[in-house]
Design a protein. Sequence first.
Length: 237
Amino acid sequence: MMGRAHLMIGTGVTLSVMGLAGIPVTLPAAAVAAVSSLLPDIDEPNSILVRTVLPAGVLRVMQLALIAGAVFVYYYGQDYAPWNLFLAGLIGVVSFLPGRTLRHIVMFMIGLGLLQFGQAFSPWNTIAGCVLIISTLVSHRGLTHSVYAAVGWTMLLYFAAQGTMEERSLWIAGGMSYTLHLVADMLTNRGIRPLPPLKFRLRLKLMSTGSKWGTLVENVCIMLTLVLLWYTFIASR
Ligand SMILES: [Zn+2]
């Protein structure tokens, strides 16, 4: 399913259910729901979430910096020949990699950086670092589309919000929105593998992403979500 549909359906349904159940719908809870609706696709370098954090402009700047770095290494490393040429060539090759590969590399590097330098600040940096590194190493719709990931994310939010005002709203918003993403992907013909390494696949084949029928189903689901939102927050008040 497309990111836009995930964002609208996941966030909309989550907030509506919370509203109907009397759970406070706060701004942080809404933000967590929105991020959680896109989070499972973090292993896809062209997904909305990754493109938002690492937009094409940032990648361009990085490519230029890498090319400048390669030139620098070549000129100032001449004492170490032929290694300067070797290293400059390597940096040059990285700078010309396609966007999605570059994003993968950047995500991996940020993950390593968080692990290396983030520990002093908070244990959450370690967790975020691990999430980033693992997500670059697993295949799309692998581990992030499993029951483990949904449970892990929900527990993470549960413990992170302990003792704050958002105690209940956050983990319910995040857990529900993340799970809704998996349910939505379950409807597509690729489906998900909820319990890897078991090969068992949940797949309802109701639609294929990108096809005319698939887009129609997505739009109908988005409309229903808007109706639900309208009912919950306007009509029933
Ligand atoms: Zn997905």
